[in-house]
Design a protein around this ligand. Structure first.
Ligand code: NAD
Length: 544
């Protein structure tokens, strides 16, 4: 594994970055500094009057990046007040008007790509290529909902109780103000993409991005302002979730939460108390299956992306790989070789294959999981140690063999670049082991027989299953619903489901010509007989 030399980011000279005190001869780590005026244009967008701020630190070099003003509970209340006023006006705009603004956002995301990539990498630490994935995902989501919302939101006609005489219209009406609480791991797309269908459905949003990645979320919101969304329609508050979460839930008409299962359960209980809906996109312990007929080279390449994209800090990342006996040795050899060939680094360069973890907390968890496994007898096939020479919270991509149920990383989400590899003899056993545990977010299957792999997919208890791909086939297909089964969540983002969650379904029935009560001089008994006859006839005609 090699470390890339820090280079000059694309953004220097006109973008958000100024060159830092970096001296490559004496310190191989990068150091970047943000332009203070640029930071101010972002932080202005936080509704915060508390007078306090929190310093954001870059995981690339541990250096301070920016001070983020913190919101009080009063600020949260004010954010909802403003959002409600804005929502009332927005709900009266046409779908065409909303779509035109959304398409401008799509183009702006692509135009400002270099600056977005700089900020995401600087703030989150992820490799630039993984930052690119999320800019693209946000743009895809914007375009999908710009083009498809009119269809998903259109009033539908359905059959009524008396054919022809009862007209039924199904309306999708906006919930009102949606609270979005998002994590740090995909700081742009998690902060923005869930909110885009909420806006297309006629809602307003109050967003609380994770405290560690506020700048990326704010940059996305600035692009929304520039695209032409009314400013008050998307409010941003900043602060700890345990402080701002409850005031948000108390005022929201719906909550969209992405984060850990533990926090998701807390939020679900509070939403239940208010009888408001919530979509909860939570953790996973995702399996990847390599079947006996897999193309081993493709599977090894896919396993690297599945396990180490975003340094494994990805909800759909594979943390357990089950490999058929027949290809086990070849697969392990190729997987280890490909992992060892990765370029490790903590810079803004495209060449980096994996960046550092985001924080000391993440590093502590990864260290604890690997140390525990090794102490109890697991073998490290590659990796297995922190690399402070690359960045303060760097941990090598790590493959473990011989992991057993008494080890923490067997069933608990590590959320880092650590994957355990297991051998299987028959497929039904592999399916049972993949389904073991409480989670059910994402799975991957590698096989040259698509039909067989799709049949196995139906037996896997996960919200998304990718065949011959790590996670991108479903995650990138924004028309496909995405979310978790079991303790990986409730509700779905993306597709029609991703916009309908932000609406109330309203049925409007119009009764015409024939009344739903006795008429034409019939007694109640005669009316009942006629109706019963009608039901029998409809059944004979095969009607629903
Ligand atoms: P987390 O639950 O600690 O934090 C996520 C968000 O919730 C942050 O904005 C945080 O400030 C807020 N929060 C924390 N406590 C809160 C509370 N009591 N009330 C309201 N909000 C609160 O999660 P994390 O550890 O930062 O993120 C990583 C987790 O997120 C992993 O488990 C990962 O699998 C999961 N995740 C899931 C998806 C998905 O789509 N399923 C996507 C990304 C991350």
């Amino acid at each position: 594994m090699s470390a890339s030399n820090p280079g000059h980011p694309e953004g220097i000279g006109g973008g958000p970055l100024v060159d830092g005190p970096h001296d490559p001869e004496h310190d191989p780590r990068a150091s970047y500094v943000l332009e203070p005026d640029y930071v101010a244009t972002l932080t202005d967008r936080v509704l915060a009057t508390s007078g306090t701020s929190v310093t954001l630190v870059s995981p690339l070099d541990g250096a301070p990046l920016a001070n983020i003003p913190q919101s009080s509970e009063d600020d949260v209340a004010e954010a909802y007040r403003r959002a409600r006023v804005a929502q009332a006006a927005w709900a009266r705009t046409s779908m065409e008007q909303r779509a035109a603004v959304m398409l401008r956002l799509h183009d702006l995301l692509l135009e400002r790509m270099p600056d977005l990539l700089d900020i995401i990498t600087l703030e989150n630490g992820k490799a630039r290529k993984h930052a690119y994935d999320e800019v693209i995902h946000t743009a895809l989501t914007a375009r999908y909902y710009a083009r498809m919302s009119a269809k998903h939101m259109a009033t539908e006609r359905r059959g009524g109780v008396i054919p022809l005489a009862t007209r039924i219209d199904i309306n999708h009406v906006p919930k009102g103000v949606v609270g979005i609480i998002s994590p740090w791991n995909y700081p742009l797309t998690m902060a923005l993409s869930d909110g885009l269908p909420a806006l297309m459905a006629g809602n307003a949003v109050v967003a609380k991005p994770d405290a560690q990645t506020m700048l990326t979320a704010l940059m996305g919101v600035k692009l929304m302002d520039e695209a032409g969304f009314p400013k008050d329609l998307w409010q941003v508050v900043a602060g700890p979730g345990r402080q701002l979460g409850t005031p948000m839930i108390d005022r929201s008409d719906y909550i969209c939460f992405t984060g850990s299962t533990a926090t998701g359960k807390l939020i679900a209980r509070q939403c239940a108390d208010r009888l408001i809906g919530a979509s909860l996109e939570l953790g996973g312990k995702n399996p990847l299956l390599v079947l006996r007929d897999a193309d081993v080279e493709k599977a090894a390449e896919g396993a690297v992306r599945a396990s180490f994209s975003n340094a494994g800090q990805l909800c759909v990342s594979a943390e357990r790989i089950f490999v058929a006996d027949q290809v086990y040795d070849r697969f392990v050899e190729r997987f280890v070789a490909r992992t060892q060939a990765m370029t490790l680094g903590a810079t803004l360069d495209w060449e980096v294959d994996m960046g550092p973890l985001i924080s000391a907390d993440q590093l502590d968890t990864v260290n604890a999981h690997v140390d525990d496994a090794v102490e109890k007898g697991a073998r490290v096939l590659t990796g297995g140690k922190a690399r402070p020479d690359l960045a303060p919270y760097y941990y090598e991509p790590t493959i473990l063999e011989g992991v057993s149920p008494d080890m923490t990383c067997f069933g608990h989400e590590t959320f880092g670049p650590v994957v355990s590899i297991y051998r299987f003899h028959d497929e039904s056993d592999a399916i049972a082991r993949a389904n073991d545990g409480e989670y059910g977010l994402n799975a991957a299957i590698f096989s040259q027989d698509g039909t067989r792999a799709r049949a196995i997919a139906r037996q896997i208890k996960c919200g998304t299953v990718n065949i011959n791909e790590a996670f991108g086939a479903t995650f990138g297909s924004v028309a496909a619903p995405m979310g978790g089964m079991r303790e990986s969540g409730m509700g779905r983002r993306q597709g029609a489901e991703g916009i309908h969650r932000y609406t109330e379904t309203q049925s409007v029935g119009t009764q015409r010509v024939v009344k739903l009560s006795p008429q034409f001089g019939l007694s109640s008994e005669q009316y009942a007989k006629v109706q019963t006859l009608g039901l029998k006839m409809l059944n004979k005609l095969g009607r629903a």
